[in-house]
Design a binder for this molecule. Structure first.
Ligand code: ATP
Length: 280
């Protein structure tokens, strides 16, 4: 917050400013007059049913999708990094070269080494991607993103393919990295617990519109045992059309696809059936 000489207190300009964004595919609105602001260094988790438009929004913000149908305002920083569910490392380049790839300046290699140390991979610089576990590959992907000091980090289910234990380790790492680098973050996740663990705000997307925008006012450490955590989790699950009392069972919303589809948000921090990554 900045204070002007007149005593007027103003919030810093948002890193992301979206007003009335529309994206259609074959005449069907996938993003429907969507409004969203993200402050610099704010961490926003984006959840929603499969097909609600989460990845589309990320692709627009990441400059991967240039074909938006319309908007009143669409502002994002130029320096954006994107992390996907799969690490997308170049298999023919060693770990260090993957991180340093395209980095300007004579100190590129030094910066890449520092970034690898930050994600706990000092000593693995000369490894080939294939020699790393899934969790380690995602660490490299994080290092490759953060070495560029992005003002905005976009993450599309980056831990979705990892086992539950590795995912928890990655949560701790991401928190640590964000505290140090302070990018604005937009994280797409299907995991309500992941959203509460990491985010300052959780935004629920439904049919291309923001259905809810909730501040995560759960005191640290964000333990699932606390009343506030449980209340927020129940609220989010209900917004997603899931029955919070039903454990892993989902309650379909009337008139919509069953919430139990494989892409539906999970009420527990469950490991997907295709979980492959581990840090060990
Ligand atoms: N290139 C495309 N051509 C046509 N339709 C598309 C295209 N990309 C996305 N869509 C449609 O837009 C809708 C939103 O897709 P999107 O991938 O953004 O959903 P999502 O919320 O990320 O889903 P999930 O949670 O399953 O990943 C879907 O109905 C999808 O079929």
């Amino acid at each position: 917050m900045a204070t002007h000489p007149g005593g007027l207190t103003t919030a810093p300009a948002p890193a992301v400013r979206i007003t009335s964004l529309v994206r259609e595919f074959a005449g069907r609105r996938v993003l429907d007059e969507l409004d969203l602001n993200i402050a610099p260094d704010e961490f926003v988790a984006l959840i929603g049913r499969s097909g609600s438009g989460k990845s589309t929004l990320l692709r627009v913000l990441g400059g991967i999708d240039h074909e938006v149908t319309g908007y009143e305002e669409l502002t994002a920083p130029e320096n954006v990094s994107v992390v996907f569910q799969d690490a997308r490392l170049l298999p023919w380049k060693r770990v260090l070269d993957n991180v340093a790839l395209g980095l300007p300046g004579a100190d590129a290699e030094t910066r890449a080494r520092t970034a690898l140390a930050e994600v706990g991979l000092a000593g693995r610089e000369n490894a080939w991607p294939v020699e790393l576990s899934g969790g380690e590959q995602q660490r490299v992907a994080l290092a490759r993103s953060l070495v560029r000091d992005p003002e905005l980090l976009l993450a599309d289910e980056p831990f979705g393919a990892l086992d539950a234990l590795t995912r928890l380790r990655m949560h701790a790492l991401l928190k640590q990295l964000c505290a140090r680098h302070r990018p604005a973050v937009l994280l797409v996740t299907h995991d309500v617990d992941e959203a509460i663990a990491l985010a300052d705000r959780v935004v629920v997307l439904d049919h291309g519109r923001i259905a809810a925008d909730l501040r995560v006012d759960v005191p640290a450490p964000r333990s699932p045992g606390t009343a506030r955590y449980a209340a927020l989790r129940d609220e989010l699950l209900t917004l997603l059309g899931l029955d919070p009392t039903a454990g892993a069972e989902a309650t379909p919303e009337a008139g919509t696809e069953p919430a139990a589809d494989p892409g539906a948000p999970q009420p527990t921090d469950s490991t997907p059936k295709n979980a492959k990554g581990s840090d060990s």
